[in-house]
Design a protein around this ligand. Structure first.
Ligand code: GCO
Length: 481
């Protein structure tokens, strides 16, 4: 049983031929019925943008910040594109006011950002660094002054390097809980929405099993499954710590890139297959969180390599959440079959279209199915799309324009399908577009641009792309045309 990550493109990522037809009817609809194509979102729907600390902040050694595993990894030759690092990134540490002004210009009501754990605790635990907290208080105050509600992710992969063994050690889960408690205590006077962790499979499997992300290890299945367990345990202990250190009413969830299984065609048998696949394909992470136990199928499949855990772990891991955040980019097509699991993943033809990042295959209905499968299976109280967006081979023209019509196409199609989820009354509360700015795209360095704003990394000049102008219209109209 493999958990498919969108970054496992070329290995296990699979899409179907049938899906190549997705979305092709839309232009005709728009031409023949211009008014019917205006899709309004519910009143109060929240529009936002997302970023992450290591990808935008820079100032890697400033004001007492300790190194994270991504500093070490990116400074290790051969690990990132061109050896690029987050040392400077978008320099948002110094330019956060300018970046909040960009958010304000877009008209967003929310902003999802993350905190660099090693700015707060340079050693990962122990003595806090007051300058770290002070920085985030200033950013939050700037957002609030512009009527933008902050949604804070506590951990977006920049694990303090000083923690012995990293996620191989159970102690790291406890250190995370202490960090969560500290943030809850010191920021919940002005922040009311927190996410514990971002995308388990990326900081566990890609970091410790496949070695493509920090810390770059290739552990065997047993220890790698233990790393996964420490990741979800950290989330669970983090939820408990936040609850204990924030006022009641504080909204607590996570941001997870659950694999989105899309039925090859919408017939009853394939719908059921997509639901079964959602549960089994996300077994070690979201399924376990939502059900408060590892699915028996997962434990049986892993056998002697299954994670070791204490009974109390499961109580923490299954802590009730106020919302589930889904990071949705690509589909995995699935059909019903008569295997014991009752589904089979479809393999993509080589002609299947993708965006500028090869893993980013285009199947905009995934945003609808991500919501629907998760809601139908586990009935979360609320859902946010905590990330959705695309890379594009953006070019800044001499006259200062970036005509990223492909990004607009990608976004428009995804929002069209998100609208279907909203109109079917799934509890989708908001959408965070990835990302506000071009930024450090992990192992791809600065070679992949995901921003609504083009960043010249030499001068740090930000230029709104066509997609920024387009998103501003969406927000102003609360509708997709
Ligand atoms: C992730 C992260 C972001 C990425 C974005 C584009 O999902 O990997 O949350 O940090 O930059 O998704 O790949």
């Amino acid at each position: 049983m493999s958990v498919m990550s969108r970054r496992q493109f070329g290995k296990t990522m699979a899409v179907s031929a049938a899906a190549g037809l997705a979305g092709t009817a839309l232009p005709h609809l728009a031409l023949s019925q211009p008014h019917a194509s205006r899709l309004e979102f519910s009143k109060g729907f929240l529009w936002g943008c997302a970023t992450a600390s290591y990808q935008i902040e820079g100032a890697a050694t400033e004001d007492g910040r300790g190194p994270s595993v991504w500093d070490t990894f990116s400074h290790t030759p051969g690990k990132t594109y061109n050896g690029e690092t987050g040392d400077v990134a978008d320099d948002s540490y110094h330019r956060y006011k300018e970046d909040v002004a960009l958010l304000h210009d877009l008209g967003v009501s929310t902003y999802r950002m993350s905190i660099s754990w090693s700015r707060i605790f340079p050693e990962g635990k122990g003595k806090p660094n007051p300058k770290g907290l002070d920085y985030y208080q200033r950013v939050v105050d700037e957002l609030l002054a512009h009527n933008i509600t902050p949604y804070i992710t506590l951990f977006h992969w920049d694990l303090p390097q000083a923690l012995p063994g990293g996620w191989q050690s159970r102690d790291t889960s406890y250190a995370f809980a202490d960090y969560a408690a500290y943030i809850g205590k010191h920021l919940s006077d002005r922040v009311h929405h927190f996410m514990t962790t971002n995308e388990f499979t990326c900081f566990t499997d890609l970091g410790y099993r496949e070695g493509r992300f920090a810390p770059g290890l290739k552990l065997a299945a047993g220890p790698a499954n233990q790393v996964r367990h420490h990741g979800i345990l950290a989330h669970g202990l983090g939820v408990q710590a936040l609850r204990a250190n924030t006022p009641s009413g504080t909204q607590i969830g996570l941001a997870e890139n659950a694999t989105v299984f899309v039925p090859v065609i919408e017939t009853e048998e394939h719908l059921k297959a997509a639901q079964r696949a959602t549960r089994i394909g996300n077994a070690p992470f979201l399924t376990t969180l939502m059900e408060g136990q590892y699915p028996a199928e997962y434990l049986a499949h892993e056998g002697a390599n299954a994670p070791k855990f204490e009974a109390a772990d499961m109580k923490a891991i299954g802590s009730p959440l106020d919302f589930v955040g889904l990071n949705v980019y690509t589909p995995t097509y699935v059909r019903a079959d008569d295997s014991p699991m009752g589904f089979a993943v479809e393999h993509a033809p080589s002609s299947y279209p993708h965006m500028a990042s090869p893993w980013l295959t285009i199947g905009p209905e995934c945003i609808y199915w991500g919501v629907r499968n998760v809601c139908d299976l586990w009935k979360p109280k609320g859902i946010y799309i905590t990330e959705n967006g695309t890379s594009s081979d953006d070019v800044l023209t001499p006259s200062g324009h970036v005509e990223d019509t492909d990004r607009v196409m990608y976004l428009r199609n995804h929002l069209t399908h998100l609208h279907r989820a909203v109109s079917e009354d799934y509890p989708v509360k908001g959408y965070f577009l990835w990302s506000l700015l071009d930024n450090f795209e992990w192992a791809d360095g600065y070679s992949k641009r995901f921003g609504l704003h083009y960043v010249d990394f030499k001068t740090q000049k930000r230029t709104p792309k066509l997609s920024a102008r387009w998103y501003r219209e969406v927000i102003a109209n609360n509708a997709v045309e």
